[in-house]
Design a binder for this molecule. Structure first.
Ligand code: GLN
Length: 288
């Protein structure tokens, strides 16, 4: 049997040989997964032998990575905003793009709702990262998480339980607000959304990791990438309280088109939030 320290060294070398970016980080996350520990604790196992079945699990993970399966699906778990979310094939992988604007949204909503009851909607929730992170960090918040995909709503519900906040989360299977069962009664303090916004023709330019493994419907939205965004901008005001927020993620190239689509609606354009690359990644609207 091999010592963990030797397995670590071979793992980093193998990942590097296969040209995977960030081999040390990947090795740390994979080894932590098979050791059922946190990535910062793998060193405590350095002098222990790695049991055969753990070694086999590691081989299987490596094989998946070499076949191009994204690390997030291989691990079945991913950190978002310091929280651990389960992720499975069939559900969109959370991105840093979303963390960048959500941070500001949470600060704003926290100032408004820390001691009061607030009710928000995560529209197109995927694995639930937006709504659940918001609810986790703001105890006064209740979340409606909506998605058209069954695997996505199941994953969100599962993650709500994992974070211990399921009593404040309601999950609904709906095509945006179209089949939203609670529609007639609810007005939200905020709607937060990372909808699909990639242009149909751009899909073919995305890396095979994405194209072969992630759900296309969670990324692509018509020829200009705005099909769903158009619907969201037209439908959201009826579900927002006066002075309620819409936080909408989009491609940096869609900024002007989005402001134009919203201009005849009761949504007042407020400001843009940039991502960690300095690109305009989300627009904030306020219901008049
Ligand atoms: N930012 C994502 C990407 O380019 C797209 C996310 C989305 O369509 N919602 O991979």
């Amino acid at each position: 049997m091999a010592k963990v320290r030797d397995v670590w060294r071979d793992l980093v070398l193998t990942l590097r040989e296969h040209h995977l970016s960030g081999p040390t980080r990947e090795a740390r996350l994979m080894l932590a997964d098979v050791l059922s520990t946190s990535p910062s604790h793998i060193y405590l196992f350095w002098d222990q032998d790695l049991a055969q079945e753990k070694m086999e699990k590691l081989y299987l993970m490596l094989e998946e990575r070499f076949n191009g399966v994204p690390l997030q699906y291989v691990l079945g778990e991913w950190e978002f905003f310091s929280l651990s979310f389960d992720i499975r094939k069939g559900v969109f992988i959370p991105r840093l793009d979303t963390e960048s604007w959500l941070e500001e949204a949470i600060i704003t909503l926290r100032a408004r709702f820390n001691h009061d009851q607030g009710i928000i909607c995560d529209l197109g929730c995927g694995s639930g990262v937006i709504g659940l992170t918001t609810a986790y960090w703001i105890p006064g918040i209740q979340v409606y998480a909506i998605d058209i995909s069954r695997p996505a709503v199941d994953m969100t519900l599962h993650n709500a339980g994992k974070l211990g906040i399921d009593s404040r989360v309601i999950v609904e299977l709906s095509d945006l607000f179209q089949d939203f069962a609670s529609s007639s009664t609810i007005q939200f303090d905020a709607i937060l959304s990372n909808p699909p916004y990639v242009k149909e023709e751009e899909w073919f330019t995305l890396s095979p990791d994405i194209r072969l493994h992630e759900p296309k419907d969670a990324l692509v939205s018509g020829s200009d990438g705005l099909d769903l965004i158009r619907r969201i901008l037209n439908d959201s005001s009826s579900y927002l309280k006066k002075e309620g927020f819409l936080y909408l993620e989009h491609d940096p190239s869609q900024v002007e088109a989005i402001a134009e689509i919203a201009s005849p609606t009761p949504l007042r354009w407020d400001h843009i939030i940039s991502d960690y690359q300095g690109q305009p990644r989300a627009t904030v609207f306020i219901r008049r």
